[in-house]
Design a protein around this ligand. Structure first.
Ligand SMILES: Nc1ncnc2c1ncn2[C@@H]1O[C@H](COP(=O)(O)OP(=O)(O)O)[C@@H](O)[C@H]1O
Ligand SMILES: [Mg+2]
Length: 224
């Protein structure tokens, strides 16, 4: 579904150019769960940002469903990322002034009738086990509940790929396991998942582990 060929990302800082990703080749097949592991600063978040369309590679090719991203019109490209991928973050990124229900509804507010969005949002909130928290605000929720809310929000657009940046990094073991069970169910139903993590328990659930070091990839097995 997404292929990266020789993807390189560099930033010019003052008169220097720093390479953040260097010649990354990665083939993401529909339905697989990939874990990105690597030390802090190795480029995991940057790679997820490339996969979500937030940043464009400086060089190399990103193929989306077989089409080269560079050949797509800007509107088609934006539409592809908006309708195909959703992101989940370590810090949850819920809006504090909105309820659980409103937070989950937000991604589709510009595009659909409120009544339609509300019923889909309620189904997803039920799905993540938070129906009893519908009108609560983020500060009234535990970290695990906030992350489940953010997963419900990510699912609202029915994405094909879920990009998770250290999704359990702020959670205790029990809440981490809850989130992992939820991600495993979504994976079994066919959702493609890419997770950046330091946590071997997370990596062990995935189909494949991709190691990043200094912006370069090496695939390998999980070392204990
Ligand atoms: N916008 C930017 N400008 C300059 N350097 C950046 C920018 N974004 C990230 N970096 C650098 O890229 C490297 C990789 O960062 P990141 O992708 O966040 O790594 P990770 O998620 O693996 O910790 C880091 O050295 C970081 O400082
Ligand atoms: Mg990161």
């Amino acid at each position: 579904m997404i292929q990266l060929e020789g993807v390189t990302l560099s930033y010019g800082v003052e008169k220097e150019t720093i390479l953040i990703l260097e010649g990354v080749d990665l083939n993401i097949t529909s339905g697989e769960w990939i874990t990105l592991m690597g030390p802090s600063g190795s480029g995991k978040t940057t790679l997820l940002n490339v996969l979500s369309g937030l940043i464009s590679p400086s060089a190399g090719t990103l193929m989306l469903e077989g089409a080269d991203m560079k050949d797509m019109k800007q509107a088609d490209r934006q539409n592809y990322f908006r309708t195909n991928s959703s992101s989940v973050y370590q810090q949850f990124r819920l809006l504090p002034q909105f309820s659980v229900l409103e937070n989950v509804m937000l991604p589709l507010v510009p595009y659909k009738k409120k009544s339609e969005i509300e019923s889909s949002a309620k189904k997803l909130i039920e799905r993540v086990g938070l129906s009893h928290r519908l009108m609560h605000f983020p500060h009234q929720l535990s970290g695990g509940e906030q992350q489940r809310t953010s997963i419900a929000r990510a699912l609202l657009t029915s994405p094909k790929i879920l990009l998770c940046d250290e999704p359990t990094g702020n959670l205790d073991t029990k809440n981490r396991d809850n989130i992992l069970t939820l991600l495993s169910k979504l994976h079994q139903e066919g959702l493609t998942i890419v997770v950046a993590t330091h946590d071997k328990a997370v990596a062990q659930r995935s189909d494949r582990i991709v190691h990043l070091k200094d912006g370069m990839i090496s695939e390998g097995i999980l070392q204990s």
